[in-house]
Design a protein around this ligand. Structure first.
Ligand SMILES: [Zn+2]
Length: 305
């Protein structure tokens, strides 16, 4: 039985970008960055599908954010097998790329970051961390090019790269290695998760302020703000779909908290955030039922359960 010890979820960066882009006009650069994030995440999910097909007993940790030697690094997929640890850096690039010396270029001549440097760095740092933790397992790392429309010219044969046309054979090989995991391996997985940090200096959030953002409840189906309240639900006038009122409010509070972690959740603020679509009375009722009330009679606010 394979075990996903740390499942993959959308990064905070990706989720914030999505919400901000729906609530205000972002710069072209930010818009491009969001596209890159979406694409990267899609690629990771494609890789996960491949891994899911295997029935081997191994431990999988996704999106690990670690620190070693005072340096942060991130690993897309970390696989603990019986003898070896595998690091995977997943790339969803498409189109033609080429290598010249140790420089990498897109087909139009734009230089891109050499992914091998990044991989080597991660491998070095994880080795060091494993050593500190008292684990002496060998580490093998690979860049996985998951998109079938990717091609790389001038690449030497011995690079730690798995190309789209090699994926089937690569996974076959992976499936043939011994994978009996024990408490020893599980302890390592737990230790790494305890060292994982959700926040990273790599995270680049878009620029936004409360004032700039569109207020209102965003339709969960079509992202329109053309929403009206009806009895116990909200209805989207753009797509005619209906969502339970409580669910819509909690979703809006979640967005508010994610975008403004330093602001307190109060009835008035959520009423304003939802653009007055739902009555203050309803909002208060939903907050009381689903959050924890804090503060005193003069000023009350809510925190998540
Ligand atoms: Zn809608």
């Amino acid at each position: 039985m394979k075990k996903i010890i740390k499942p993959r979820v959308e990064s905070i960066e990706l989720v914030v970008y999505r919400i901000v882009k729906r609530r205000m006009v972002v710069s072209i650069e930010e818009s491009k960055h969001l596209t890159r994030l979406e694409k990267g995440f899609e690629g990771e999910l494609l890789f996960d599908e491949r891994i899911d097909k295997s029935s081997k007993e191994w431990l999988i940790l996704n999106d690990l954010q670690l620190k070693s030697n005072n340096t942060e690094f991130q690993i897309d997929s970390f696989l603990i097998t019986q003898k070896t640890i595998f690091l995977f850096e997943i790339k969803n690039y498409e189109g033609d790329y080429y290598i010249e010396g140790d420089k990498w270029y897109y087909t139009n001549g734009t230089e891109i970051q050499n992914p091998l440097t990044q991989l080597e760095r991660s491998e070095f740092l994880i080795r060091r961390l494993l050593q500190e933790l008292g684990y002496s397992m060998p580490v093998e790392s690979f860049i996985i090019y998951i998109n079938p429309d990717f091609h790389l010219y001038n690449a030497p044969r011995n690079l730690p790269i798995v190309y789209p046309t090699q994926l089937n054979r690569f996974f076959e090989k992976l499936n043939n290695i011994p994978t009996k995991v024990t408490e020893y391996h599980k302890r390592l997985a737990k230790k790494l998760i305890s060292l994982h940090k959700d926040e990273s200096t790599f995270t680049k959030l878009p620029k936004y302020s409360y004032e700039e953002l569109q207020k209102g409840i965003m339709c969960v189906f079509c992202y329109s703000f053309d929403i009206i309240a009806i009895k116990r639900a909200v209805k989207c006038k753009s797509c005619d779909k209906i969502e339970d009122k409580t669910i819509a409010i909690i979703r809006s509070v979640d967005e508010y908290v994610l975008l403004f972690p330093d602001r307190k959740i109060t009835t008035n603020d959520i009423y304003e955030w939802c653009n007055g679509i739902v009555s203050k009375k309803s909002i208060q009722r939903i907050l009381i039922k689903n959050f924890i009330l804090k503060g005193n009679a003069k000023s009350t606010y809510y925190i998540r359960k």
